[in-house]
Design a binder for this molecule. Structure first.
Ligand SMILES: Cc1cc2nc3c(=O)[nH]c(=O)nc-3n(C[C@H](O)[C@H](O)[C@H](O)COP(=O)(O)OP(=O)(O)OC[C@H]3O[C@@H](n4cnc5c(N)ncnc54)[C@H](O)[C@@H]3O)c2cc1C
Length: 480
């Protein structure tokens, strides 16, 4: 019998697990995919939003502000990259100045620090490729960028180090209310008893909520498509540049990612398929056209990949977080579309508070809120590298040439508290395969290391879990 089962190991499930790990509780996280960060949390803009978008008084506004204020310290505690680059919302039509002013007022009401409207000329001095059409800009110095993978992985690892159990490849099929709490049935036929449930299942959160509650939720996936450019283009802009928002969202942005790539997107299209993360020709066209409206001379020839993520848009338009009224012990973390990444640390704290206020659990005396990440050899100076290589020569052998990732880092990824088991797992932890060749050169070496170090037979190695196997057999077998 668990005290709490969290469904979903995205940023909100992992943040909830980490916050709950402060208490003497038996906590289990169930994830249908083979790793953490396999849903929406792996495919977004990675922006720590300043907080002027959300309507004042909503949960989105409150948790955006709290999360944005927590993020810098959290990234130090969890040893993950964070860069406060500031954001700009660009007005290119003087007839829409009123809307820009309304956005400013909203930000002030939400408590965004340092927010101001500046002229197009002033903004161009700060951002040389900003469109000449910019009439005015809403400048938010507190906006930042993070790596969504590292944030998600670090929160999960830290929860794990503090005693939370994680089970992967475990799909929840059914939840039933029992006299002592809930019985969760998995697709593999296991039954798990728990007193409380945290429903952090992303686009599927409505499904689990509706299994136990009479008051129904309806989540519509809103697909966002992106283009990612090579890291040599990251300096094209230094701020995150947005157009003015519309009903469908914040619009197509242009930003330097925390790792120095240039990113364009996302689109916003409502779809029915909760697994519909494919990119489309029309969507990518919209991305290129949209990006060109705020930023000039984008080096489109340097695009190295495209991808898409699904926003979990709930019909009410706000985050749905709290104990379901008619189901005591069932905490929803639903409708977590943008700014869910920014808000995630605050969402985790909110979940722990909801549980704590009702159950008054005992705090652990030995909780450790910090964690050390994998060494980033490419960011080290020669002296640091030499010292590390003397300790362990594997840090001197480059495996991924594009991103300068060493064998030592890949071996670390295989031995973390939540170990990488696939090419994508290695990629998200180390960046091996993230560069311009998109793993063309390094994947055989990474597979070899996964085989030797994690003991996974070649024919069971995958890109991203079951169904994404990489090899089918030995080439000479067929001919024999
Ligand atoms: C295009 C786009 C851009 C965005 N940009 C930003 C941004 O710049 N800044 C920002 O703050 N936010 C942004 N967001 C929002 C942010 O990415 C999300 O709010 C956040 O990632 C949601 O996290 P989550 O943990 O709730 O969901 P997810 O990451 O989707 O996690 C849910 C998990 O539940 C698992 N699951 C589902 N069903 C089951 C089951 N039956 N059994 C077990 N496990 C299950 C899934 O596999 C998944 O891993 C963006 C979103 C999109 C789509």
């Amino acid at each position: 019998m668990y005290d709490i089962v969290v469904i979903g190991a995205g940023v909100t499930g992992s943040a909830s697990a980490r916050a709950l790990s402060r208490y003497n509780l038996k906590v289990l996280v169930l994830e249908k995919e083979e790793d953490v960060c396999s849903g929406t949390s792996k495919a977004n803009s990675g922006i720590v939003h300043a907080g002027y978008d959300a309507v004042p008084g909503t949960l989105k506004a409150k948790l955006n502000m709290e999360g944005s204020r927590m993020m810098e310290q959290l990234s130090k505690d969890l040893d993950i990259p964070y860069r406060r680059n500031g954001s700009m919302v660009v007005c290119t039509d003087s007839a829409r100045m009123d809307a820009l002013k309304r956005l400013y007022d909203r930000g002030v009401e939400n408590g965004v620090e340092g927010l101001k409207i500046i002229s197009g000329d002033e903004a161009r001095k700060m951002e040389k490729h900003l469109t000449k059409d910019a009439v005015a800009v809403l400048y938010a110095p507190t906006a930042a960028v993070v790596c969504p993978f590292e944030l998600n992985i670090a929160m999960a690892e830290n929860a794990c180090e503090n005693g939370v159990e994680f089970r992967f490849d475990t799909e929840v099929e059914k939840i039933e209310k029992t006299p002592s709490g809930f019985c969760i049935e998995t697709k593999d036929g296991d039954s798990i008893d728990t007193a409380w449930v945290v429903n952090a299942a992303g686009v599927y959160a409505d499904r689990f909520h509706n299994m136990v509650s009479a008051k129904k939720l309806h989540i519509v996936p809103r697909r966002g498509e992106y283009c990612l450019l090579d890291s040599e283009c990251g300096g094209h802009v230094s701020h995150t540049i947005f157009p003015q928002p519309t009903e469908m969202g914040k619009g197509i942005l242009v930003t330097r990612t925390v790792h120095g790539n240039l990113m364009l997107g996302p689109t916003a299209d409502e779809i029915e398929d909760k697994e519909g993360t494919c990119t489309t020709a029309e969507g990518l066209d919209k991305v290129l056209q949209g990006a060109g409206k705020t930023v000039e001379d984008i080096p489109y020839r340097k695009i190295i990949t495209s991808f898409a993520g699904l926003r979990a848009h709930e019909e009410g338009g706000d985050f749905v977080i709290g104990e379901a009224r008619d189901v005591p012990g069932f905490i929803d973390v639903a409708g977590i579309e943008s700014p869910g990444l920014t808000a995630s640390p605050a969402i985790g704290e909110m979940v722990a508070r909801i549980y704590g206020n009702r159950m008054h659990p005992e705090k652990k005396t030995q909780w450790k809120g910090t964690r050390k990440g994998i060494p980033r050899v490419r960011e080290m100076d020669m002296e640091e590298r030499n010292a590390l290589v003397r300790q362990n020569p594997a840090y001197g052998r480059i495996v991924c040439r594009c991103e300068q990732v060493t064998e030592g880092e890949i071996l670390d990824a295989v031995h973390r508290p939540i170990p990488a088991r696939s090419l994508d797992g290695i990629k998200r932890r180390t960046r091996a395969g993230m560069g311009r060749c998109q793993s063309g050169f390094c994947s055989p070496m990474v597979m070899d290391l996964l085989n030797k170090e994690a003991g996974i037979p070649f024919e069971e190695l995958t890109k991203s879990g079951k169904g994404a196997e990489l090899v089918v057999g030995e080439t000479k077998e067929e001919r024999a």
